[in-house]
Design a protein around this ligand. Sequence first.
Ligand code: GUN
Ligand code: ZN
Length: 446
Amino acid sequence: MTDGYQPMRRASAVRGHAITFSDDPFVSDGALTDISDALIVSEDGIITAFGPYADTLAAVPDGVEVTRYEGALICPGFVDTHVHYVQTPIVGAFGDELLDWLKNYAYPEEERCGDRAHADSVVATYFDQLLSNGTTTALTFCATFAESVEAFFVEATRRGMRMIGGKVLMDRNAPERLRDTAETGYEDSKRLIDRWHGRGRTLYAITPRFAPTSTPEQLELAGALWSDSPGTFVHTHISESVAEIEWVRELFPERAGYLDVYDHYGLLGRRSVLAHGVHLTDFERARVRETGTALAHCPTSNLFLGSGLFDMRAAKKRGADLHVGLGTDIGAGTTFSLLATMGEAYKVGELGAFAMSAQKLFYLATLGGARALDLEALIGSIAVGKEADFIVLDPNATPLLAYRSAAVESTEELMFLLVAIGDDRAVAASYVGGELAYDRGGAGAL
Ligand code: GUN
Ligand code: ZN
């Protein structure tokens, strides 16, 4: 600028006990960074300084006040790698088994999202829930209607969040009002990609619901669209329930198995995220790994619908890393809280004699999720150059947490306690792009 005028940069500085990961604790020791008195400085949405308070104080721009959280634990914003915003209104509806639940609860509710006013109201609640639970990025199913996707991206943009979403592709085996065709599904998705992918912080996911609700023509066009649309995602479901797998076998007898359906249509690879994967075979898991495809482990949903127990041991074999994130899978999942989801992932691991440490669980919900989404360069950890999405956890949020946290002797113990008995009550604040986006406030305010 010729007159020397410098526009004001949006800056913030947050001080407190902070944790973050630089690597995957499933495969490497020393992945956790733990700074008991840290400072995070952000400018224009990006972290410009992070380190021990005393060493970092000089990086605070003139005039910026330091916000201090005492007795708290600051960590990267949580990443939800599989969730349906349009199912927010049916969380906790009676479950039964997947295919009946879809017919009786999910589809009737999704039909209502053809009405833009309804979609707008659901999406507002959805984003409020994400932020009050400490989730700053979510890979999100919308409904079949393009309008439901518009509602999602408009709200994501308004909140300045790093969000990924897409229109459901579904051209068979679903109620008529929810069905598109191979061609209209392709055209609508393409239009939405042109409009929203890479605009601000929003990204697009090509979203065939699951193999049974798409014809081979639709899957083929989805694969073609993905290969023509650099940087977009594929988001679908796989091998969640036994009945679903049997159905896929009947519908695609020419394919070697469920994963092979997606493989055949070019839907596997980096930035392809498959939800559930409870009943994958060893052979399929090897193919998932080889292609760089990610799995979203959704423990509360798998338990709620009685789908089965995800095999984390097989997925995270040492030295043979497979990308796994955690998904709440609202509305078959029963909580928006990634803390509670980590707790359920822990229990499911226990049932397979695979005890996961607090470090591993926090990793799955932060950097692991970002890696699963191939967004590690942007989000998932507190580090200079990354987007400034982080949250403040309160170990004294409930009387029981306060009672127990008074007795913990290490950061790791504190992290585990938050996982085991914490939920949205333990989220004191969420920062998006360095700005306070949610503040619990109230009597127990930090
Ligand atoms: N499989 C296909 N659609 C869905 C859905 O909406 N929820 C879950 N949990 N599984 C699915
Ligand atoms: Zn789902």
